[in-house]
Design a protein around this ligand. Structure first.
Ligand SMILES: [Ca+2]
Length: 438
């Protein structure tokens, strides 16, 4: 009887030990890195011949490179609202850019539950360093949306050196307090991210690193500041030649890539690299005058692929097999439920995104979905390889077969009237649905 108890006891002790290790493994660290306005062709691993991005390329070769990942918006604020809430941004009233000039009272409502709030409930410490762009007022600050720590700027872009926004306001915050720092914003963002990882190495963390690069103003590490607080914001005052612009843009992406390398080296040094999921993507497509959208049609702010098909990389060597190329269609809003799923936390309810953990870890086929984009009166829809765009109420419908025509050159709307009318109807229904709560 006694021997039996001892055996039973050792079994339970063993079970508890194993269980506690498993618990630790069940809570991996999560890092989301987001580039700003970086085009589909701006990384070496996505075909850039000009820009060298060895650190992001390494993440891709050690994990998954996505070829059909999309930002929710074709401009900044909408994509960030979708990332934070897991919903189509129209549902939370952020269909367009929250501008430094006209929208100083607007923002993502504090009542919206962000991924940071959900991850906090799941036992994570949460940090964010970089660009917010979903509200200027204190009530909208990241600190009041679930982030334990925040350093960065709340507008769409700041001078990389003076940290002044487009309207001449100081815009560099520690939490809800304006606090000046000296340095190139990309380097400061990296420095704070690395510091956060070091300080929280003993507990599960979520780290959101929304970089400024390579959004304008186009400034490198040694460029002179262009804005001061008396300046009501003429962006990029200094006129750069195309060649100078290309070189500074290259530097901006490469400094960000260097920062990704520092974050990854920190994970390795602290022995966190086996238990950290890292996801990288851009918040919308590249702009017209610099960088590359890799041959896609359109640019930032359009609903052609160049406006929203973006580079994206997933890395988690202990769970994700290396050297994969994934051609499934995902949107930024899918990241929220995915990281909750990876964390083993309860799935958020009433959202539009889906978890793609099983596709990442187990190569399960993705469920077929109809997906939508909208931007100030224009809308687009994706169903399988078909993409439809309505550039305004009375505009001629555009229908493309992306499998044959990724450059969206041949409008097939007249050849496929049934498909065109089905998709038009779906888009109208979607538009009504996402705007119904307002
Ligand atoms: Ca952007």
């Amino acid at each position: 009887m006694r021997i039996r108890s001892i055996i039973l006891m050792s079994f339970f002790v063993g079970f508890i030990t194993v269980n506690s290790n498993a618990q630790q493994q069940e809570k991996p660290n999560i890092i989301i890195i987001m580039a700003d306005d970086m085009g589909y062709g701006d990384l070496s691993s996505y075909g850039s011949k000009l820009i060298n991005t060895p650190n992001l390329d390494k993440l891709a070769s050690e994990g998954i490179k996505f070829t059909d990942f999309h930002s929710n918006g074709s401009v900044c604020s909408p994509t960030r609202a979708a990332l934070l809430t897991g919903k189509y941004q129209q549902r939370v009233g952020i269909d367009g850019v929250i501008t430094a000039k006209n929208d100083r009272d607007a923002g993502l409502e504090p009542s919206e539950k962000t991924f940071a709030e959900s991850m906090k409930e799941a036992g994570y410490v949460t940090g964010m360093f970089g660009k917010w762009h979903v509200g200027y007022q204190t009530k909208f600050n990241p600190i009041n949306q679930g982030f334990d720590e925040y350093i960065g700027y709340v507008s769409g872009n700041v001078d990389y050196h003076s940290h002044i926004d487009q309207e001449g306001y100081e815009d560099w915050w520690t939490g809800v307090k304006l606090q000046k720092e000296t340095g190139y914003s990309t380097d400061l963002i990296t420095e704070h991210a690395v510091n956060f990882i070091s300080r929280h190495k003993e507990e599960p963390f979520v780290l959101y690193i929304p970089h400024e690069a390579p959004h304008g103003p186009f400034q490198g590490r040694t460029s002179a500041p262009e804005r001061d607080s008396t300046d009501k914001g003429t962006q990029s005052k200094k006129q750069l030649s195309q060649e100078e612009l290309d070189l500074v843009y290259k530097e901006m992406v490469e400094v960000m890539d260097e920062g990704v390398g520092k974050v990854m080296a920190t994970l390795k040094k602290l022995n966190l690299d086996k238990n950290t999921f890292v996801f990288f993507c851009s918040d919308n497509g590249g702009i017209e005058k610099v960088g590359s959208n890799g041959g896609l049609r359109g640019y930032k702010s359009t609903l052609f692929e160049g406006g929203h098909r973006v580079p994206a990389i997933a890395w988690y060597p202990s769970k994700i097999k290396k050297n994969q190329v994934n051609a499934d269609v995902y949107l930024t809003m899918d990241l929220y439920p995915t990281i909750m799923d990876i964390a083993g936390a309860a799935k958020p309810i009433n959202i539009d995104g889906i978890s793609f953990k099983n596709q990442l870890f187990n190569n399960k086929p993705v469920i077929a979905r109809e997906l939508f984009w909208g931007y100030i009166g224009r809308k687009a829809m994706r169903k399988d390889n078909w993409k439809m765009i309505l550039n305004g109420k009375d505009a001629e419908p555009l229908l493309f077969d992306l499998k044959q025509d990724i450059g969206e050159t041949t409008n097939l709307a007249k050849q496929y009237p049934e498909k065109t009318s089905y998709m038009s109807e779906k888009m109208n229904f979607w538009e009504k649905d996402v705007n119904s709560g307002k």
